[in-house]
Design a protein. Structure first.
Ligand code: MN
Length: 487
């Protein structure tokens, strides 16, 4: 499927055929020009003048898998009662682009004909009213359609809409259950499917072991070639790397067979396996698959969705875990890592393959894993939690830094950051909101994109920024609790 977005322009018959031809020609040109600068094609569909034209195009948008969203605009005035039936039935993400074909008011030429042709200023207000009246989730982007800032926001919205399409088709393969007694990684899988479209089901570790035993030497050899090309091999234990390759091929084969885009496993259930998949999970994540440790299927699906929302459909996003703090005054940081499984899309430099003993879990042999430092720069961490009756998405702005110490004995990939507004306040806010220790860390998905995604999925959104005050956040959480109880 090649994703695309549809451009639907509102008008009416009042203006006569000549004006409508001009509107159509301009709308077509805008879609063509915008397609050159946006991450996904924008396809001009119709200049809608009747209720029927609108309901027809919306029905088609709902039905067509490759249509990932609809962008509307009113070049002229378009009476909104004729939009009611179509918009009420719209099941795809909707963005209202409030723009104008011309940039300037032409001082010498402007007359009433010009005014009637170029009246987005009031056409878009009529269009906005019906969106508000219908309580329809939508994105409004205002500005000149040739401006870079508008392109950036439209592009980001498209990526959020891609996240919706990926979410609605998400299948998660679980090997083993949740880590025993852990609360935050639990959740209502039925509710997740109703709201987010995720199909979360389990497969036996024994079936995976069977699949591993069927992997051929030649297949292992081919994947070893990929590892060698992408990473520095910093161990003599080649057998451990080959074992990971076998795990990767088997997991991938099972996922692809079932159409799964994400998986979870747990170190408490490795029955018949010699090593917890480390390098295997890391390389699978680099290919765009989601992963969650300790049975955390929520973070696994979210990882795959954020990856798909990122650059070129496989961005710099990864399963992450808050591990430990550096609390020295003036230099307060979080250190994030996992037992093994951090995606190399976060790496500042070429990752190294190392093998080390792993005390936790049931590893008979030392698992191979990629070791690296995360990139410096602004990023976000994201958590989705089940509040009982609803899902809450929590996003926190962070600033990643080059780790301030080398930590030569730490045998895993690591990322160091300062959470906003500052470490202590940021931690207070995160804990108050109930955010998990497992997150997705992303360098290229923005909080605005996730806000749009949450709106489209109709789930709660909480954003912790440089300006967040704990008192205000507490109030916000209380108000949202009430709102979602009323919904
Ligand atoms: Mn964990």
């Amino acid at each position: 499927m090649k994703p695309e977005f549809w451009f639907v322009v509102g008008s009416q018959f009042l203006y006569g055929p000549e004006v409508l031809e001009t509107v159509e020609a301009r709308a077509r040109k805008m879609a063509e020009e915008l397609t050159k600068v946006l991450p996904y094609p924008l396809v001009y569909k119709v200049t809608a003048k009747t209720n029927r034209e609108i309901t027809d195009i919306i029905k088609e948008a709902n039905y067509r898998d490759d249509c990932c969203g609809v962008i509307t605009w009113c070049h002229t005035f378009s009476p909104s009662k004729m939009w009611i039936d179509g918009l009420r039935d719209l099941q795809k993400p909707w963005c209202h682009l409030a723009t104008q074909y011309n940039k300037e008011i032409p001082n010498d030429e402007i007359d009433m004909d010009f005014m009637n042709l170029n009246q987005a200023a009031h056409g878009d207000r009529e269009h906005g009213f019906i969106g508000a009246r219908l309580r329809k989730p939508r994105k409004v982007i205002a500005g000149y359609w040739k401006d870079g800032a508008v392109h950036k926001r439209l592009g980001d919205w498209m990526k959020a809409a891609i996240g919706v399409a990926v979410s609605k088709n998400m299948k998660v393969m679980r090997f083993g259950d949740n880590m025993r007694e852990v609360a935050v990684t639990e959740g209502d899988k039925v509710e997740a499917q109703i709201k987010l479209g995720w199909q979360v089901n389990t497969w036996a570790v024994g079936d995976l072991v069977k699949e591993m035993n069927a992997v051929t030497e030649r297949e292992v050899e081919a994947l070893m070639g990929e590892y060698e090309a992408a990473y520095d091999i910093a161990t003599d234990n080649i057998a451990a790397i080959r074992y990971q390759a076998k795990e990767e091929i088997a997991i991938r084969r099972m996922m692809d067979r079932e159409g799964c885009r994400a998986f979870s496993n747990t170190f408490q259930d490795l029955y018949g396996m010699e090593q917890l998949p480390g390098l295997a999970s890391q390389h699978l994540m680099s290919l765009g698959y989601g992963y969650g440790g300790e049975g955390d299927w929520k973070v696994s699906a979210l990882t795959a969705i954020l990856k798909a929302m990122g650059e070129n459909g496989n961005g710099s996003s990864a399963f992450m875990e808050d591990y430990t703090y550096h609390l020295v005054e003036g230099s307060e940081y979080s250190l994030g890592a996992h037992m093994l499984e951090v995606c190399p899309s976060l790496a500042a430099d070429k990752p190294r393959i190392e093998t080390h003993h792993l005390g936790i879990g049931m590893n008979e042999k030392d698992p191979a894993r990629l070791v690296f430092e995360g990139k410096a720069g602004p990023a976000i961490v994201v958590s989705i939690i089940d509040m009982g009756g609803r899902l809450r998405l929590i996003v926190q702005d962070i600033e990643c830094v080059k780790p301030i110490m080398p930590m030569p004995k730490l045998p895993v990939a690591r990322v160091m950051w300062r959470s906003m507004p500052d470490l202590a306040t940021g931690v207070e806010c995160w804990i108050m909101a109930g955010g998990a220790h497992h997150t997705v860390l992303s360098y290229d998905v923005s909080a605005e994109m996730l806000h749009d995604w949450a709106k489209m999925m109709d789930i709660e959104f909480v954003h912790i920024t440089k300006d967040t005050v704990p008192e205000k956040l507490e109030e916000e959480l209380m108000v949202k609790d009430l709102i979602f109880k009323l919904k």
